[in-house]
Write a protein that binds this ligand. Structure first.
Ligand code: GDP
Length: 140
């Protein structure tokens, strides 16, 4: 089977509550390897650009603001079918609809403060990874 990579962000609502290790345990128990990590605080410009696809949606401003209020943990995850696998580990966008045992079911506070981001396609994963990491930071 072919290995794939995806981008994960542990969002401010989760870093602020000290949930990074618990979330990473779920990622690793779910069969994904964390191959790169950056602990950073996003600027408004970075967050705005990262979520540019949602620019026209009514929650865009709130989303961007929520991403800059505390540090985030940006990670590259690798494994078989990593994009789908991580979406399943995260659970539904709205924690009220997230399956039991998923990150969002256990830790998310609301649809806005939902603890994690994960790429939604292989193509977006590649672009999102390169938004934060240089190729040489990801060498095997
Ligand atoms: P995801 O791929 O599961 O993260 O969900 P989307 O791509 O649909 O949305 C991106 C992010 O925007 C979500 O993770 C939420 O943080 C936020 N978001 C989505 N829908 C809403 C909403 O109705 N209200 C608020 N406040 N935030 C939302």
């Amino acid at each position: 089977m072919v290995k794939q990579r995806t981008l994960s962000i542990i969002k401010p609502d989760a870093t602020r509550r000290g949930l990074t290790d618990a979330i990473n345990e779920k990622i690793e128990n779910g069969g994904l390897k964390i191959i790169a990590r950056k602990d950073i605080t996003l600027t408004q410009e970075q967050a705005g650009k990262f979520y540019e696809v949602h620019k026209e949606r009514p929650f865009y401003g709130e989303l961007v603001d929520s991403m800059i209020v505390a540090p985030v943990v940006v990670q590259v995850l690798e494994g078989e079918d990593a994009v789908t696998k991580y979406r399943n580990i995260m659970g539904d966008t709205d924690p009220a609809n997230a399956a039991p045992g998923t990150i969002r079911a256990e830790f998310a506070e609301s649809k806005g403060a939902n603890s994690v981001h994960g790429s939604d396609s292989a193509e977006n994963a590649m672009n999102e990874i390169l938004f934060f990491f240089k190729e040489e930071e990801l060498a095997d």
